[in-house]
Design a protein around this ligand. Sequence first.
Ligand code: ADP
Length: 266
Amino acid sequence: RDMTWSATVSPMPKAGGLLLVFEDRTEMAEASQMRRDFVANVSHELKTPLTAISGFIETLRGAARNDPAAQDRFLGIMESEATRMNRLIRDLLSLNRVESEERVRPKGKADLAGIVGAVMRNLGNLSDGEGVTLTAEGVEAPLLVPGDPDQLTQVVANLTENAIKYSGRGSTVTLRLTSEDANPMVLGPAAILSVSDTGEGFDPTHIPRLTERFYRVDTHRSRAQGGTGLGLAIVKHIVNRHRGRLRIESAPGQGSRFSVILPRNT
Ligand code: ADP
């Protein structure tokens, strides 16, 4: 790729020579561009609900002043826009935390079978509401991995929630646990958690960008489902922290599978 280098030349009086300091300006420029894009994205994501809320306040004071039915409807919309802002801020804080901890090795042990059970219980209402069948396989016995139980719960919850939200009425979401003695992706014994759905899937060309913050295959659908566009970015950082790998497979019309491969020994 193209590289832009900058050199700082400073005289070194004692040694009687020159010190040349090279730095990769391409990487620095990319990092600050990413920061600017991120700030622009966050501002836009917050401004959309705020604009709606401000607009409805105006209407409640004016045109809808003596119309209780309209007031009720507008207050409902304002409430859901406020909820959207809350969710976004919650996910931003969560992303911030997992990013700052990414280089800190997780302490403790987590039982993936217990985590799958807890996530199934928590998301039972959502799957019922969406008309999706939620099932699990391989969860009869505990499957222990070194790791942070809360963060791994967040991984399983985010992947399962996505599968439920995007696969639609009548589809099935399956959480499957398997264990391997030697997995090439983690160079040793591994625990694999996969979340597959029989939904619409997407074109695999999206896969490389899917874990980027705010990247969505279908923005309209994500917003309608209350998505923040940060769920998979959070998953990626947690999986990295655990020295694991995230594998994404999808085919249009056939559904998707998200697999987390975690080392059992670290
Ligand atoms: P969001 O809050 O939009 O769900 P995510 O980071 O969790 O953000 O996911 C990014 C995008 O990936 C989603 O907007 C959606 O387009 C796509 N996606 C994630 N999981 C699935 C799935 N199981 N089936 C179809 N599309 C999915």
